[in-house]
Design a protein around this ligand. Structure first.
Ligand SMILES: NC(=O)c1ccc[n+]([C@@H]2O[C@H](COP(=O)([O-])OP(=O)(O)OC[C@H]3O[C@@H](n4cnc5c(N)ncnc54)[C@H](OP(=O)(O)O)[C@@H]3O)[C@@H](O)[C@H]2O)c1
Length: 295
């Protein structure tokens, strides 16, 4: 039986949103997660032979950024070899691939917005494994879209916004890093961008950046989360938020100080809409509060 789309990693934070969107738009798809391990090339081949997908959308990944520092082999097996397998199977079946990558391929030293052709220089194992995955995918197939994103959040997984909302309820004060800059990305907006790439039927293959628009720090993002959540009645204003430097909040893996990605290319070449991060956050908070979305 032939399906238009094979969604890989369907139970993750992004995969869940892509699955919901495909179902909503009545686009025929098949979905797999751990039960079809991307590190198992034969399993991927059998599944592709059974379903003959025209598109492979890869939302699966090893995403434990700090843990990756101790699990390098596993991170590379999934994020590099697994992605290479997906590229091979796509090429063997004449299918196209949309693969998700990350701002962590960059070192964050550039003062302005990162463009797709800026040189990569990951700071940690996770970023290195994702950069390697990008390279192996490109070597395996010509028909790929790599979409790098950053600061992703949504209703289906652990993420910064969910953590902040929990801490606002549990603590009287928290400290949040104020010297790392980037753009929050609401997972349904990225799912929409992925769908847009598919329906555009574009052959402008290559690497693209997608986040919500605008630049903020984690601290400023936390303040806005608190403001929106308070307005929606989800939290009170008991918890004080204090700005921290990266040095005051050490983590196992180093993070880029600047994660700001230029979206000019995805807008111009693929016609993808990019709305401000504040609008995505408002929808997320509304969803949590059970209110209808603004759009
Ligand atoms: N989250 C962020 O802030 C962020 C930022 C930038 C880029 N990204 C990228 O965005 C994409 C989606 O991220 P996400 O946050 O939605 O990830 P996620 O929630 O961790 O979901 C990844 C999914 O892939 C599954 N998976 C892991 N190894 C697999 C394997 N070998 N075979 C098949 N499935 C496997 C995971 O299963 P288990 O849960 O059982 O491991 C999980 O269901 C990833 O490529 C990530 O690198 C994320």
């Amino acid at each position: 039986m032939s399906a238009a789309v094979w969604l890989i990693g369907s139970r993750g934070m992004l995969g869940s949103e892509v699955e919901a969107l495909l179902a909503d738009r009545k686009i025929p798809f098949v979905a797999t997660d751990r039960e079809c391990d991307i590190t198992d090339l034969d399993a991927l081949r059998s599944f592709a032979a059974a379903h003959e997908p025209a598109w492979l959308i890869n939302c699966s990944a090893y995403t434990a950024v700090d843990k990756a520092e101790d699990e390098s082999e596993l991170a590379f097996r999934i994020n590099a070899s697994g992605v290479e397998n997906i590229g091979k199977v796509a090429a063997e079946n004449g299918a196209r691939v949309i693969h998700i990558s990350t701002d962590y391929v960059f070192d964050g030293e550039k003062p302005g917005a990162y463009r797709e052709d800026d040189p990569v220089n990951p700071l940690g194992v996770y970023g290195r494994s994702k950069a390697e995955g990008e390279g192996r995918l490109k070597a395996a197939t010509d028909r790929f879209f790599i979409v790098r994103t950053a600061w992703l959040y949504g209703t289906h997984g652990a993420n910064f916004v969910a953590t902040m909302l929990r801490l606002f309820r549990e603590r009287d004060s928290i400290g949040v890093v104020d010297d790392q800059w980037g753009s929050p990305t609401y997972a349904p907006d990225l799912a929409g961008a992925i769908a847009r790439i598919m329906v555009s039927d574009s052959t402008a293959y290559g690497t693209y950046h997608f986040t919500n628009e605008g630049r903020t720090s984690w601290y400023r993002f936390a303040c806005e989360i608190q403001r929106e959540a308070r307005a929606a009645g989800l939290v009170d204003d008991r918890c004080r938020i204090d700005p921290l430097s990266t040095e005051q909040y050490p983590t196992k893996a180093r993070r880029p100080k600047n994660s700001f990605l230029s979206k000019e290319k995805i807008r111009t070449d693929l016609g993808v809409d990019v709305r401000p991060w504040e609008a995505g956050l408002r929808d997320y908070i509304s969803e949590l509060a059970g209110e209808p979305k603004a759009h």
